[in-house]
Ligand binder design. Structure first.
Ligand code: CTP
Length: 469
């Protein structure tokens, strides 16, 4: 195969000419080659040369008029940006690993050595930039056939490839999910055998791959593979505990692992928001610890939304996910995920809808997406009934928001107003009056405006024995 048509950008010729001047051979290798053949856009290019990689990068950058170049002396690598392109230069290397680290001993090697040390045959493909065979694909392990057959296979014995660098087990699953490839059977078995080695990989790197899985069009594929290989249990045991069905007196509950994955896939159809996707993953996370069998009622999971929200910080902290507003958002989604549907079980009062709007605030639309995604059941008539109720809630939310502007509710009377009007220093009564005003608005007793709130405040204050100035 010749890919010279993919090398039309002028920097390929500049790099080839500079390599010729230095007397070195240079190749494009790895993800860029794979993505070109798959027709996926990519702007990261790795160049590997048999020697003088840093000099080649320096000379090529100069010839292209680029001044800023990053050189990593210890690794003998260099990188520069050229417009939207990220160009990385390395010397071909031969690697040997020790059992306790994924950082190998590195020595100078040939192109073949460099291809040997790569994770998958489809990532070991190289394109020659030499004049005599410009664009020729060098494929020592049958990577082209694997691309065609959508197979992930390691160039060497999979036990060696995964044990050397266990992050590759996560990468295998991520690629399988992203590219819709199948992990070859012996590779899959090797991942199961080596799963425990994931412990030598830093959590940050695991989570980078995990988030790439979460951002796939259908992340359930990746999570099922993580579960089946027992990798998931190593870093996210709470999710594994969702798996399984228990039956008592002939009553079974649903398998919350597969239910969670269904909700996650559903959310992915309507949103690319990583944190809404994480909310779907976490929404039922506290079902196992809250599970009870109650005579008459069957299986219950009382308070799982509350406990689930409280479990989020610990899980985020272990997974090295950010502990900032993103985590707060996930907590809020987990805490509120039952509310819209719970509303439909009784007469839907305006007051309950206003309270939901008040608590969800600007995140109400995301919450409703999660709720919609959470309507899964084998019983089609149940699904239809919930969906119809869900539509009623959505409609009511729109109507009430238009009328009462609760979403970004700011009380028409502030604590400072109350202190000024009644000549108070900070005290408990201020909070009591404020809460009474808020509740009166949410319950529809008064409208969300100054005058009605002022009159209501006077009545409340009198009850507390306060008189205005
Ligand atoms: N590689 C590897 N083992 C790893 C990471 C990377 O063998 N643990 C090799 C693969 O040949 C890979 C190349 O290094 O193609 C570049 O890695 P990277 O840029 O991380 O991944 P890509 O394959 O380019 O894929 P993506 O950009 O989707 O992460």
């Amino acid at each position: 195969m010749n890919l010279s048509s993919a090398l039309h950008h002028r920097f390929f010729n500049v790099i080839q000419a500079e390599a010729e001047k230095l007397g070195v051979n240079v190749y494009v290798i790895g993800g860029f080659v794979r993505d070109q053949i798959l027709g996926r856009p990519s702007t990261d290019i790795d160049f590997v040369s048999d020697k003088l990689g840093v000099d080649l990068a320096r000379n090529a950058a100069k010839a292209l008029g680029i001044k800023k170049i990053d050189i990593f002396k210890t690794y003998g690598t260099a990188h520069f940006r050229f417009g939207e392109w990220d160009l990385e230069f390395v010397n071909a290397r031969k690697e040997s690993y020790t059992s306790d680290s994924r950082n190998p001993q590195v020595e100078q090697g040939s192109l073949q050595d460099d291809q040997n040390r790569r994770d998958f045959t489809i990532n070991a493909l190289a394109i020659s930039l030499q004049k005599e065979n410009f664009g020729d694909v060098i494929d020592p392990f049958g990577g082209l056939t694997d691309l065609e057959q959508k197979t992930l296979r390691t160039p060497l014995d999979p036990d060696i490839t995964y044990s050397d660098d266990p992050l590759r087990m996560m990468r295998a699953i991520r690629f399988a999910n992203q590219l819709h490839f199948r992990i070859e059977q012996s590779s899959f078995e090797a991942i199961k055998r080596n799963a425990d080695r994931i412990k030598i990989v830093s959590m940050e790197r695991i989570t980078t791959e995990l988030n790439k899985i979460v951002l796939c069009a259908k992340p359930s594929i990746g999570f099922k593979l993580l579960f089946d290989t027992a990798l998931l249990d190593r870093f996210f045991p709470e999710m594994v505990k969702l798996h399984g069905v228990e039956k008592r007196n002939g009553i079974a509950h649903k398998d919350n692992f597969y239910h969670t994955l269904q909700v996650l896939d559903n959310v992915c159809e309507t949103s690319d928001n990583l944190w809404l996707r994480w909310s779907a993953i976490m929404h039922d996370i506290a079902k196992p610890p809250t599970k009870r069998f109650e005579e008459g009622a069957g299986w219950t999971f009382h308070g799982h939304e509350d406990l689930g929200a409280r479990m989020v910080p610990k899980i985020f902290s272990r997974l090295k996910l950010p502990l900032d507003h993103s985590m707060k958002f996930v907590q809020k989604m987990v805490l509120l995920h039952l509310r819209p549907i719970a509303l439909t079980k009784e007469e839907i009062s305006d007051s309950a809808i206003r309270r939901l709007l008040f608590e969800a605030g600007d995140d109400i639309d995301e919450l409703m997406k999660l709720c919609r995604a959470d309507i899964t059941s084998k019983n089609e008539s149940k699904v239809q009934r919930y969906l119809a109720n869900y539509e009623i809630v959505v409609q009511k939310l729109v109507e009430l928001e238009e009328k009462d502007r609760i979403r970004n509710f700011q009380p028409p009377i502030t604590g400072e107003d109350i202190m000024r009007i009644f000549n108070l220093t900070p005290c408990r009564e201020i909070g009591v009056i404020k809460t009474a005003i808020k509740d009166a608005i949410l319950d529809g007793i008064i409208r969300n405006e100054y005058e009605e709130a002022y009159n209501f405040m006077l009545v409340e204050a009198e009850r507390l024995g306060l008189k205005p100035n």
